[in-house]
Design a binder for this molecule. Structure first.
Ligand code: 6PG
Length: 279
């Protein structure tokens, strides 16, 4: 098999950007074509990564608002985006027309918003309370619903209403912000579980059998349809999975992030040095 050795790596040292092309440090495991080359932006540390994420967010928001008068973004939970969210509460709010922003969640645990495990709760404390966004522009998943099917149907309807699309059509979020788990999961699309990759459903419940919270997630077709995707990866504990996902042939069942490989051109990877340590 003919493997390609070419990747684009943007090394970022704080605000000092050096752009390097054609690096071959992955050992050339992955077969791809030029349209699918991962665009990786390497940050020195978690703080620099948060700065980068903030810059991307402001940039994409302003462009979308200029073009179409609104910016529709879906955000993730987890620990990685917290620093970025905190920055949104300070520096950015004067630079973003928040009344034109609609915030959704990529996924949510089936818990009430007051729970420490709630992604909505996390974003609320990290930045939502500090920005002048109208309440009706904040579209959370009702993780506390007793009947998950209701929560799924309600969330799907909210998305269809905001995007003004009928059943059967997939919305194109202006931006989807993802993290990546140490097992390669994105949103709540978890490895070795039953997830439909090919579905008209926008939202799906994910049942956990291991005592972890059940979850509600955007589906893979929705993720793939986004205009832009940011994947934030930080910390030494991610070094192995980063190496694995870039160093093996696409297998979305084992590594759900590989489900996005066909739309690699839409993704900007923001990876800090500890997470990129094994590349
Ligand atoms: C969540 C996210 C999940 C997360 C990854 C990475 O709510 O936990 O949906 O997909 O982005 O697990 O999490 P960390 O940022 O904590 O590593």
């Amino acid at each position: 098999m003919n493997f390609l050795l070419e990747f684009r790596i943007y090394h970022v040292y704080k605000y000092n950007w050096t752009i390097q092309y054609n690096e071959s440090f992955f050992g050339g495991f992955m077969e791809t074509n030029s349209k699918q080359l991962p665009k990786i932006v390497k940050a020195t540390d978690a703080e620099a990564l948060a700065d980068l994420a903030l810059n991307c967010f402001i940039n994409y928001a302003n462009r979308a608002i200029e073009k179409q008068g609104l910016f529709r973004v879906a955000i993730s939970g987890g620990s990685t985006p917290v620093r970025f969210y905190e920055r949104l509460s300070n520096a950015a709010h004067s630079k973003i027309q928040w009344e034109k922003v609609h915030i959704f969640w990529v996924d949510e645990r089936c818990v009430p918003p007051s729970s420490e495990a709630s992604n909505f709760g996390l974003a609320t404390h990290a930045f939502l309370l500090d920005i002048p966004i109208p309440g009706e522009n904040v579209h959370r998943v009702t993780g506390e619903a007793e009947n998950y099917a209701d929560a799924v149907a309600d969330y799907e309807q909210v998305i269809r209403d905001v995007f003004k699309i009928p059943k059967g059509r997939i919305p194109a979020f202006d931006l989807i912000v993802l993290g990546m788990g140490t097992d390669g999961h994105i949103g709540s699309i978890l490895p070795n579980t039953y997830v439909q990759f090919d579905t008209d459903d926008l939202v799906s419940a994910v049942y956990r059998m291991n005592g972890d919270y059940n979850r509600i997630t955007l589906t893979v077709p929705v993720m793939k349809e986004a205009q832009r995707i940011l994947i934030l990866v930080s910390g030494k504990n991610k070094a192995k999975i980063v190496r694995e996902v870039f160093g093996t042939e696409p297998d979305p069942i084992k590594y759900p992030v590989h489900a996005l490989w066909p739309v690699q051109h839409k993704i900007r990877w923001l990876i800090d040095e500890p997470a990129a340590g094994m590349l």
